[in-house]
Design a protein around this ligand. Sequence first.
Ligand code: KG4
Ligand code: ZN
Length: 338
Amino acid sequence: MPAKYILAFESSCDDTSVAILDTDYNIIVNLISSQPEHLEFGGILPELASRLHLKNIVTLTQSALQSSKLNLQDISAIAVSINPGLVGSLIVGLAFAKGISWSLSLPLITVNHLLSHIFANFIEHKEITPPFLALVVSGGHTELVHFDTLTTFNVVGKTLDDAAGESFDKAAKLLGLGFPGGPVIDELAKSGNPAFIQFPRALPQKNNFNFSYSGLKTAIRTWLIKQNPETLTKNLPDIAASVQQAIIEPLVNKTVLYAKQHKIPYILLAGGVAANSALRRQLTVSAAKYGIKVFYPSLALCMDNAAMVAAAAIPKFQAGHFAPLSVNVSSLKGIRQV
Ligand code: KG4
Ligand code: ZN
């Protein structure tokens, strides 16, 4: 049977990405154009992000087609993320995807951004089969999701306030380490002592699979106020390691406990925080004690990219679940079928 190709677009935040995958989860091309223009503002400016997506998406698509050596006529479906995310940014990707879908009479497949982070795992680990437990940890979300099949799932735990990535970013800001905070804290923590300060771990009860990080943020701020500047500079790696441990320990403990209680053989780590080296290591070691295998995407596929959007579209393509051209974006938070 000739290969079928999915052309996918990702524009939910500050990365414009265009990818082509075949329906066996092989990447033909995956191009990402990030937006360093936001750096000077210490966060992402939504209006600027939309305008930059608009500026980048056409040339990125032309480059993707060129390097894939495919034509638009070789494509079988168009996939695009439509929620959650910055509404203006999502609209750019969806409008472009709709235009191509309509002009070539190709099916349009809409995808939830968090679901696509999870499906990034299938690109490099084709052996994964349901049931599996996914831990989605990104800048805006922390969710524990139990999958019975590739398309049916239940959210069994989530954060009651800040997300794990947001906690890394807020802690880094308090420590004067810039944005985004996760990669800097990860790097500093490698030479630090995670037991240097015992920051609080929220919701430790064994039957509670929710997360909470607002208390940690207050605890870090309160601790920092009492320190003199020299202590902070001298012990920065230890402070970073202690903050990181307080963020990841509940993630590891709750995820492994749920998988163990429900006899789930696989855990899939997903989202930007899945790049965290200590989280990858501790989750793998802790799950292995119960014969549970942990998967995570390579670092490049942990960041926002369109290859994962195409991957999440594959089960929908195979089931013929296509979207009408009247479909719209939404900023509704959380993992859901869209
Ligand atoms: O998935 P993502 O792009 O966010 C959303 O879609 O919302 O992930 C971004 C988040 C940021 O909060 C960033 O600090 C965090 O992922 N991050 C990390 C690491 N790399 C990125 N957090 C901890 N350790 C890392 N190595
Ligand atoms: Zn993301």
